[in-house]
Design a binder for this molecule. Sequence first.
Ligand code: NAD
Length: 256
Amino acid sequence: MLKGKTALVTGSTSGIGLGIAKALAAQGANLVMNGFGDVEVPKAEIAAYGVKVVHHGADMSKPAEIEAMMKFAAEQFGRVDILVNNAGIQHVALVEDFPPEKWDAIIAINLTSAFHTTRLALPAMKAANWGRVLNIASAHGLVASAQKSAYVASKHGLVGFTKSLALETATTGITSNAICPGWVLTPLVQKQIDDRAKRENITVDQANKDLLGEKQPSLQFTTPEQLGDLAVFLCSPSGNNVRGVAWQIDGGWTAQ
Ligand code: NAD
């Protein structure tokens, strides 16, 4: 379905970004990967779908590096058709204890990077009159939790950005939507589970159950594969008139 299209997924060396990149590759899209850590294993997993895959290691907190990545993508494939703004980080602390440099990093990576990638991808999408911008927000783009002020602010901001862009592109073939996962068992969440187990002197298994029980009524993690399937739907012709939504896939978290 996406043969001949190019997808750029920020933060696709791990977790949700990798799940979405694989789902798009399975539909035939070529991939520009981004993110830190091991690149070769995830790159091979994506390439196994028979598509062309390249990686750019831009740091999403640095606008000049984002510009270099978008230029690199255009040189490799002509343009980005599907932009998935996924890279994100977390830090947990009370507002008065929140390190200002962590606040700045979370806003830069989780929110501002999406503005830069999008502004640079849009002209070519407009010229082709087709494009998809998928912003990976969170249940925390819709509701809050204590001790996550920067993350909640960044994700609410990302949902707002998604809606503004959807209005600006409403009469075109470009759509802009946010995906709002609840808990997904990735390295980002595993760290919170491990910290909780240590803090409360309980087993990791118990910390796992407590984490889900607190927020996610289904008591099940959302999976990167389920998020990949939702991304594919939003890229399909059936998604042509889905515009400006913040689509929960959160086991009932935000229904409470
Ligand atoms: P993860 O830690 O597994 O992956 C994060 C990815 O972002 C990695 O590829 C990492 O290398 C990359 N990254 C981090 N900082 C970067 C930077 N400065 N520049 C470039 N790349 C960078 O996390 P994940 O759980 O897969 O999270 C992905 C997105 O999904 C995040 O935006 C997160 O907020 C969101 N999300 C996660 C959950 C969850 O439960 N895991 C829930 C809702 C939303």
